[in-house]
Write a protein that binds this ligand. Structure first.
Ligand code: SF4
Ligand code: SF4
Length: 370
């Protein structure tokens, strides 16, 4: 039914039309929630009603066939209601514990050819949940690495921690395939960030035909692009010039101008960041910091990247106090010790030069000893 004061014939239908009955009935009147076991949450309303949520991981990029399969499961077990979390988990919401357990058993039994889980149940509490990630080589125009491939390789390496809740606190892993950052790498415990390391290549002959030069100039956040002219084979072409020492390889100009591609087999790769969070539980929210400036692209399994991530995760799991997020642990022991314990090398590339307090990282303290 139309909401009061809302124009209801534009855009998607209002979300309240899709709420499971128990959620609609108790909307805004939930008392508390518990995690009964990995992948199973129970919300209790002030009314005493309970909603059981079964969470399972899945791929973010899905075929229509796969989405239909998920919808069929929802039809069979919980009246067709399901939701996707921001981290690409699927949640089925049920009204009885027995039904929830039956669904969990069913989901765990669904396997791909070869035996791997299709809908692994887990991703709750003090464990690793599914990775929020971006488009990668499959879709976007500026990726420096792949999203689906790096995420699959990482989740395989940390899968036990998706199925269990034995870490000191939740660990949120994110992935963005360029620093335009459609993922949540700035505020996750562990983050994978695709980075370019070379300035755009300029296709002088076609640039003026393909691009609006003022747009390409205006797109550059560092003012590295300016209008220019070049002579090729006796012909003069209107184009742009790039001041390379100003370029931070962000790809914004390429977004505006397809004649400025910057993907490069050797220059592109991954930076790893850690210590961010959006929760304000115990300590305030924090930005992630770069701890590994560059890991090469190594498809299909990215062994160097997964080794670094696994080492960080395992060291954190072994050393942090209960409830301590990864960044809080590093802050407590000191980042110098964090680098030592995780076998990471500290280099000048890790020191940034921002003076704005919103971006202070290593330089915020004279206590940092490198
Ligand atoms: Fe595209 Fe960058 Fe977003 Fe990846 S992070 S999807 S490359 S804009
Ligand atoms: Fe400017 Fe970014 Fe293009 Fe470099 S890649 S020239 S910093 S817009």
């Amino acid at each position: 039914k139309p909401m009061e004061g809302r124009i209801s014939d534009i855009g998607p239908r209002h979300f309240t039309e899709f709420l499971p009955p128990v959620i609609a009935k108790n909307f805004g009147k939930w008392d508390y929630h518990e995690i009964l076991e990995p992948g199973l949450l129970c919300h209790t309303g002030v009314s005493g009603d309970k909603a059981y949520t079964v969470r399972c991981g899945t791929a973010r990029l899905m075929t229509v066939t796969h989405i239909r399969e998920i919808c069929d499961i929802a039809d069979k077990f919980c009246g067709g209601f399901l939701r996707f979390t921001t981290r690409n988990n699927i949640e089925f919401i049920l009204e009885s514990l027995d039904e929830a357990k039956e669904l969990m058993k069913f989901l765990e039994a669904q396997k791909f050819e070869g035996g791997s889980y299709k809908f692994p149940v887990g991703g709750t509490g003090a464990g690793v949940t599914n990775i929020v990630h971006t488009q990668g080589w499959v879709h976007c125009h500026t990726p420096a690495t792949d999203a689906s491939g790096t995420v699959k390789a990482t989740m395989d390496a940390v899968f036990d921690d998706f199925k269990e809740m034995k870490l000191p606190a939740p660990v949120r892993i994110s992935m963005a395939c360029c620093l335009n950052m459609c993922g949540a790498v700035h505020c996750s415990d562990i983050a994978i960030l695709g980075i370019h390391r070379k300035p755009p290549i300029i296709d002088h002959k076609y640039l003026d035909n393909l691009c609006e030069i003022p747009l390409a100039v205006a797109a550059c956040p560092t003012g590295a692009v300016r209008p220019s002219k070049v002579e090729i084979d006796g012909e003069t072409y209107k184009t742009v010039a790039i001041k390379e020492e100003r370029c931070m390889f962000c790809g914004n100009c390429y977004t505006m101008c397809p004649s400025l591609p910057l993907s490069d087999g050797e220059g592109d790769g991954i930076a790893i960041m850690v210590g961010g969070k959006i929760s304000n539980r115990l300590t305030k929210p924090a930005f992630s910091k770069v701890v590994v400036p560059f890991v090469p692209n190594e498809p299909p399994r990215w062994p160097t990247m997964t080794k670094v991530i696994k080492k960080i995760l395992d060291t954190y799991a072994a050393e942090a106090n209960k409830y301590e997020r990864l960044g809080d642990w590093a802050n407590r022991i000191g980042w110098e010790r964090f680098f030592e314990k995780c076998d990471l090398e500290f280099s000048a590339h890790l020191i940034d030069d921002f003076r704005d307090p919103a971006y202070y990282t290593w330089r915020q303290t004279s206590q940092f000893k490198w």
